[in-house]
Design a protein around this ligand. Structure first.
Ligand code: PLP
Length: 392
């Protein structure tokens, strides 16, 4: 059976060159980067080379990159680090209804601990954040704004530079964080052009290993550590470095920078062929998020979020899995009831449409033959499912 991996937004296969670097650090250059002897110095070289590569991917200085255990830790640290550092000066943070749980759930926890949180709505269908909503949510005690650069479910790319400019024109002291986990390696990301103070990254979305990420902290931004210990990462994120993971992240970041345009073009072509094929062949299908035909620059190149009328996403997901196709549901299934995801709710999708939504995300592993196979299978499977009466 043909196997098609169309879930690159969930994670990606480690690039062979990344695996090679990691194997070397695990088995040969295995020293503790903090040790002063030769073994340690060699491991340190890998970590610092990686820091340089990650910095180059986003136009930062190496000293502004702090390695973490992934995107989730980077997001949590961004929120807590900025809020803690502002203790006594302010207690309000602003975020949006379509953030990843790593931001939203952390914000909710901060709220339980006494901070105040405003969650901004987004535009229907596209998921764009309106600058005027953000500006009118600013308060004298606002410390932090967190708006993601690219959304993981519907691919929406926010105008972060515009949002930062709108905020800083009124409140230059407000810290601006962006979650760029789904943007890096997909679109050019430059911290200078964006104007952000904090930015989160994750290696496993860019053909690097799982369990490693980074937080960019612009020089001079008031920021507190989240952990205390041995002083690694200039005392901001102590703990013996995940040297192999970090080295792999560095290699993945280098390749992502060098191959950015080619990778994006490849994913975009496959996504566009797929979306056009689905809309043409299968009646009752809809695209969620910015329209790839008219808003290509405002949507990540590999993302296709599609709703299939009269279809339960979980059923379709399983039927596709049986045919060797891996994608992702836009709804989380909790205790037998299918609850639409917070993102689909926030863009105003009617419940029935949200319940029939799947995310397909294309990447380096995919080919045109994959797309043709997916179209053939989807056509057949959707028709078969629609023929089955839905239980009340
Ligand atoms: N932020 C976004 C937008 C994501 O898509 C993800 C991963 O799904 C994360 C954060 C979390 O990253 P990690 O899996 O490295 O913890």
């Amino acid at each position: 059976m043909r196997k098609v991996y169309a879930d690159h937004a969930a994670t990606t296969r480690v690039h062979p060159a990344v695996a090679e670097v990691m194997a070397r650090v695990l088995t040969e250059d295995f020293g503790n980067p903090s040790s002063v002897h030769g073994f340690g110095r060699t491991a340190r070289k890998h970590v610092e080379w990686a820091r340089e590569q990650v910095a180059r991917l986003i136009g930062a200085r190496p000293s502004e990159i702090f390695f973490t255990s992934g995107g989730t830790e980077a997001d949590n640290w961004a929120l807590r680090g900025a809020m803690e550092a502002a203790r006594g000066r302010g207690r309000h943070l602003i975020t949006t209804a379509i953030e990843h749980h790593a931001v939203l759930d952390c914000a909710r926890q901060l709220e339980r601990e006494g901070w105040e949180v405003t969650v901004l709505p987004v535009e229907p269908v596209t998921g764009f954040v309106r600058a005027e909503d953000l500006v009118s949510a600013l308060r004298p005690d606002t410390v932090l704004v967190s708006v993601m650069l690219a959304n993981n479910e519907i691919g929406t790319i926010q105008d972060i530079a515009g949002l930062v400019a709108a905020v800083k024109a009124r409140r230059p002291d407000v810290v601006f964080h962006t979650d760029a986990v789904q943007a890096a390696g997909q679109i050019p990301v430059d911290v200078g052009a964006l104007g952000v103070d904090l930015l989160s990254l994750s290696a496993h979305k860019i053909y690097g290993p799982k369990g490693v990420g980074a937080l960019y902290v612009r020089k001079g931004v008031p920021f507190s550590p989240m952990l205390y210990g041995g002083g690694q990462e200039r005392g901001h994120r102590p703990g013996t470095e995940n040297a192999a993971g970090i080295a792999g992240f560095g290699k993945a970041a280098e390749l992502a920078r060098l191959e950015l345009e080619a990778r994006a073009e490849h994913a975009r072509q496959l996504r566009d062929r797929f979306v056009a094929g689905v809309l043409e062949r299968i009646p009752g299908t809809y695209v969620n998020g910015p329209d790839p035909a008219t808003h290509a620059a405002r949507r990540t190149p590999g993302n296709a979020s599609l709703s299939f009328e009269g279809v339960e996403a979980e059923t379709l997901l399983m039927r596709l899995d049986m045919e060797g196709i891996a994608c992702s549901a836009g709804s989380a299934c909790t205790a037998g009831s299918v609850e639409p995801s917070h993102v689909l709710k926030a863009i105003g999708l009617p419940r029935a449409r949200a319940a029939g939504t799947l995310r397909f995300s294309f990447g380096q592993d995919n080919t045109q033959e994959d797309v043709d196979y997916m179209l053939e299978v989807l056509d057949r499977v959707v028709e078969a499912i629609r023929g089955i009466p839905v239980a009340e």
